[in-house]
Design a protein around this ligand. Structure first.
Ligand SMILES: [Zn+2]
Length: 422
């Protein structure tokens, strides 16, 4: 039998175990925030990796402020070294899941399997992907293939809250680095026939407007910070949003509407606390937080200058309103290089297993690729995994078993090609 057929047969033989392993992962409620049960989940994955001949390390992000004794930030990495040299291949998945929320018709942490699907919080995003990575590695070994180079699988924390104690930590301490790893695949749920080649940039900023307090019965004696803010909000709606709406990226962001530059108001507060005791006062302070998503074709300094100009223009007729802008979070856009071997390997594996050609997409939001590219210095990184993107973070989240098995095969064949083991 050809090596590819042996790998495919090995995945098929493991199908029931892959489903059970995924359901077991769902039963460990790694809810973030606050970061529950990370240690239990990391160890569950680590024990499985050890059975598959991986050397297993646990890396606790003790230097991070979000790490506490109650909610430790525990990451797991398994390493399997081939007997010949080859480029390092790394599969990374986040172990954290978002809170269940309302609207479930079944227990979100029971790991229920029925009608060809596995149900539960985080099964799609992305415990099925973690299971696919682990069983892809097992199938390669079961098929008798000695993969050249380093083959690594990691389960990391906190992706849903920025990944700073997870992938960013591994990259910062040099444990995930271009010197040992050439290719990274993150099995996020982007649909089983799509390869995700990057994401837009993020610029979160805060605007504070300041006026002068006065008696609320004589507002003409004061300066309202809320009036100032409302001028800015309306300028954003009337001027900035139309300007952003005609900027389209060449990156294949899905959904289509997210190919444009966007801005959202995350938060707004001004004057007195609404539920508090009210006194007659002109609001002397108002704050808002904005989420500007920028395209790879835009430059951050220009993004910031454009915002500063809109604010300055809006407040030009209100010289008594003072204001300040403050950066909160910046994530540069990332894009996998065109023609990257990691895209080609997955494309060929998808064609072989699914009989269709892969569609390249980019993500509307960010994920851990930013840390892999920017901190670890590994450009050849994509997201590919089982699960439908639309079901992530939803009530009654689920993943198709057929997609899970197919993605496991695709990941195994891609690892085989990337490491030069074919
Ligand atoms: Zn995810």
């Amino acid at each position: 039998m050809h090596v590819i057929d042996r790998i495919v047969a090995a995945v098929d033989a493991d199908a029931a175990d892959i489903v059970e392993f995924t359901a077991d992962l769902v039963r460990i409620p790694t809810v973030n925030p606050p970061g529950e049960a990370y240690d239990a989940c990391a160890r569950f994955i680590g024990e499985r990796l050890a059975r598959e001949q991986f050397a297993v390390e646990y890396i606790v992000a003790e230097s991070r402020p979000e790490h506490t004794t109650r909610f430790p930030r525990v990451n797991v990495i398994g390493t399997r070294r081939g007997s010949r040299p080859g480029p390092g291949v790394h599969f990374n998945g986040h172990i954290d899941v978002v809170p269940a929320g309302d609207g479930w018709t079944l227990d979100p942490f029971a790991g229920i399997v029925r009608d060809g699907r596995i149900f539960g919080r985080g099964v799609c995003d992305m415990k099925a992907g973690l299971a696919a990575a682990v069983f892809a590695a097992r199938a390669i070994a079961q098929a008798g293939v000695d993969l050249p180079g380093l083959f690594e699988i990691s389960g990391t924390v906190d992706e849903e809250s920025g990944g700073f104690a997870g992938v960013a930590h591994l990259a910062t301490i040099g444990r995930l680095d271009k010197s040992r790893t050439r290719y990274v695949v993150i099995p996020e749920p982007l649909n089983v026939d799509r390869i995700c080649v990057g994401h837009r940039g993020v610029y979160w900023f805060e605007l504070t407007t300041r006026g002068r307090i006065a008696h609320g019965s004589m507002p003409f004696l004061g300066v309202s910070a809320i009036d100032g803010m409302s001028e800015v909000l309306s300028a954003i709606r009337r001027e900035l949003e139309p300007a952003l709406g005609v900027r389209m990226t060449a990156m294949p962001v899905v959904p289509e509407s997210a190919r444009r530059a966007t801005i959202n108001v995350n938060a707004l507060e001004g004057g007195q606390v609404v539920d508090g005791i009210q006194t007659p006062c002109v609001a002397d302070r108002c704050r808002a937080v904005f989420d500007r998503r920028f395209l790879i074709e835009e430059r951050l300094p220009a993004v910031k200058e454009e915002i500063a100009a809109v604010v300055a223009n809006a407040l030009a007729t209100m010289p008594d309103v003072r204001y300040e802008l403050r950066d909160l979070m910046i994530v540069e856009p990332v894009k996998t290089p065109d023609g990257s071997p990691v895209i080609g390997a997955l494309d060929r594996a998808i064609a072989r297993i699914l009989g269709t050609s892969a569609r390249l997409v980019a993500s509307p939001g960010t994920f851990d690729q930013k840390h892999v590219t920017r901190i670890a210095g590994i450009p050849d990184c994509v997201a590919y995994g089982p699960g439908e993107l639309e079901l992530a973070h939803q009530p009654d989240e689920s993943c198709s078993i057929a997609d899970l098995i197919n993605a496991t095969k695709v990941l195994a064949l891609a690892a085989l090609e990337l490491s030069g083991g074919a």
